[in-house]
Design a binder for this molecule. Sequence first.
Ligand code: ADP
Ligand code: MN
Ligand code: MN
Ligand code: MN
Length: 339
Amino acid sequence: MSLIKLEYIWLDGYKPTQSLRSKTKVVKAEEFDGTLASLSMWSFDGSSTEQAPGGSSDCLLKPVYVVKDPQRKNGYLVMCEVLNADGTAHESNGRATIEDDDNDFWFGFEQEYFLWDPRTNKPLGFPDGGYPGPQGPYYCSVGAKNAYGRDIVEEHLDVIIEAGLNVEGINAEVAAGQWEFQIFAKGAKEAGDQIWIARYLLERIGEKYGVSVNWHCKPLGALDWNGSGMHANFSNTTLRTCGSKEMYEKICEAFRPVVKEHIDVYGADNHLRLTGKHETASIHDFSYGVSDRGASIRIPIASVQRGWKGYLEDRRPNSAADPYKVAARIIKTVKSVGA
Ligand code: ADP
Ligand code: MN
Ligand code: MN
Ligand code: MN
């Protein structure tokens, strides 16, 4: 009799930044046919994850997305939503707040992160007690002098491809030890699911190398090093087909009065990153512009060249943001002008 390992993955209730949690459920092969429909609900101790009081600690795990686990024999990764014991969505459950039932919204997230050496408490490539040379040579670099941690990055890329995630690319980023992957999905919920599973796999691969992942948006503080973002590229039928500069401007303008509501879900400590330097806009301003990497929202030149048919890029979400909450808020704002 063969057995299947199902890794149930969820987000805890820590504030302001939620972390990944997971545990393994072993089931008989005949109980699971590879589909979501054959996965059962499960539960966990919410008092250990800041999701429930000790006296009434059960939270429910509702499977919502499943992929093969390439690193585990007979394994699958099961992304879950957290529900209260009565079956309602838990307040930490950002996925349940996404209003995109027809999957009209497409999202491409550019996830930046630092590979972090827990012994030095610095990024890979930072010498003990000092700093490497200033930014410049690291972005898209090759060679042991400038690119650090490629073995981890390559293993991660292979694993997420094998899991079936729709990764579109990777690159070394502007700071030493900083990298990026891009994931795209047609449907906001699936885009979030894929980002979280990709984050999970990166963390797990790091365990093997004794390297952690630092998702903080400005892990080197005010020093002259880039922070980490998670640019959110998005479109819906209107943005993909309208052919209208006026419509693009109307949608961008819809973001102006709700800056605070967006920043609230764009990741902790974003004021440290959105300074107006290092290819960011100030957290206090709102701007948009064609090809403008110093704007809050960039209108990619490709969208203009196709006759105002394409997508927009909100550059403000940071590397530690929850893609579910980011997507939910963007969808709400775009829909607010009937687009
Ligand atoms: P850059 O670094 O120049 O900002 P990237 O190539 O890293 O750009 O990322 C661009 C992202 O835009 C990709 O993740 C891609 O999937 C996404 N994208 C492209 N077309 C669309 C679209 N129509 N809707 C949503 N996202 C899109
Ligand atoms: Mn990019
Ligand atoms: Mn980048
Ligand atoms: Mn970008």
